[in-house]
Design a protein around this ligand. Structure first.
Ligand code: SF4
Length: 240
C-alpha cells in the first residue's frame, strides 16, 4: 500500500531528469508545487466504530511519489512523525533522494530511530552513492535499505553495505529513459551476495541492455521481465 501525505516534487539530481511524475511531462502527470493530499492523516483515520481504517501488520510505502524530506513539508512532517509513532503496528518505508535533510527533519524523541521506520536512500550513480551513503550510514536509523533507481551506471556499493538490510535496483522508465545494463544489475547482486544483504531487481526500465543487445521494454512488462530473470534474493523476507 502507498501513502502520499503530500504531492509535488522537483529535481535534485541526475536520477530525477526523467522522473515519470515530475519530469519533462509533469503537466500530464504531477506538478511541482508541494501540497498536502486528502490522505494526509490516512494512517490514523478511524471508522464509526472507532477502529483504524487501515488495519495493522501492513507495510506503508510512504512518499514513493514525492520526497519525504522536502523542505516545503517541514511543518507537515511533524504531524506525520506523530502518526508514525502512533501506528507502531505498521511498518513505514520511506524512500528519499534528500537524505542530507535527515537530521534537520527528525522528531525530538527519535533517539536511535523508531522500530517501525525503514529508511531507503536512493542512489542512481557512483557519485551519488559516494555522497549520500556515508551520510545515510552515519545517521541513527534502525532499518536501512538502498534503492539504486534509476540505475544509470555500474555502482560499487561494497563500502556501504554493512548495516543495510536490503538493496533494490530498477531501470529508468519513460520515453526518454536511459539505458540500464543487466551487467550492472548482476554486479550489484553479487555485492549483495557477498555482504549477505537481500536483493530485489524491481524493473528492467524502458531501455534494457541484455546479452549485448539493447531492447525497448513496454512499461507494463518491465516488472514481470525483471522477476522472470529470477535473480532476487529475499531469504524468505517480504517484498515491499
Ligand atoms: S526526488 Fe523523486 S519524486 Fe522528486 S523529482 Fe526526483 S525522482 Fe521525482
Amino acid at each position: 500500500m502507498n501513502w502520499e501525505p503530500w504531492t509535488g516534487c522537483y529535481k535534485i539530481s541526475d536520477g530525477c531528469t526523467n522522473c515519470y511524475f515530475y519530469g519533462p511531462h509533469a503537466k500530464r502527470y504531477g506538478q511541482n508545487n508541494v501540497e498536502k493530499t486528502d490522505k494526509f492523516d490516512w494512517p490514523i483515520r478511524k471508522n464509526a466504530k472507532g477502529e483504524y481504517n487501515i488495519k495493522g501488520n501492513k507495510i506503508l510505502a510512504t512518499c514513493f511519489a514525492t520526497d519525504f524530506f522536502l523542505p516545503e513539508a517541514d511543518e507537515w512532517r511533524k504531524e506525520v512523525w506523530a502518526m508514525i509513532r502512533e501506528r507502531t503496528d505498521i511498518d513505514f518505508l520511506i524512500l528519499t533522494k534528500r537524505i542530507d535533510r535527515f537530521l534537520v527533519s527528525l522528531p525530538e524523541d527519535w533517539g536511535g530511530g523508531y522500530d517501525n521506520v525503514n529508511i531507503g536512500c536512493t542512489v542512481e550513480n557512483q557519485a551519488k552513492a559516494d555522497e549520500r551513503l556515508p551520510l545515510f550510514l552515519s545517521y541513527p536509523i534502525k532499518r536501512r535499505f538502498i534503492a539504486c533507481a534509476p540505475l544509470l551506471e555500474a555502482i560499487d556499493l561494497t563500502p556501504y553495505l554493512d548495516g543495510v538490510e536490503h538493496v533494490s535496483v530498477g531501470g529508468e522508465t519513460g520515453r526518454d529513459a536511459r539505458e540500464c545494463d543487466y551487467d550492472w544489475v548482476l554486479d550489484i547482486r553479487e555485492q549483495c551476495v557477498k555482504a549477505d544483504v537481500t536483493f530485489w531487481f524491481k524493473n528492467t526500465g524502458s531501455l534494457f541492455k541484455y546479452d549485448g543487445a539493447v531492447q525497448k521494454i513496454n512499461p507494463y512488462k518491465q516488472t514481470g521481465m525483471a522477476k522472470e530473470l529470477g535473480i532476487n534474493i529475499l531469504n524468505g523476507k517480504r517484498l515491499f
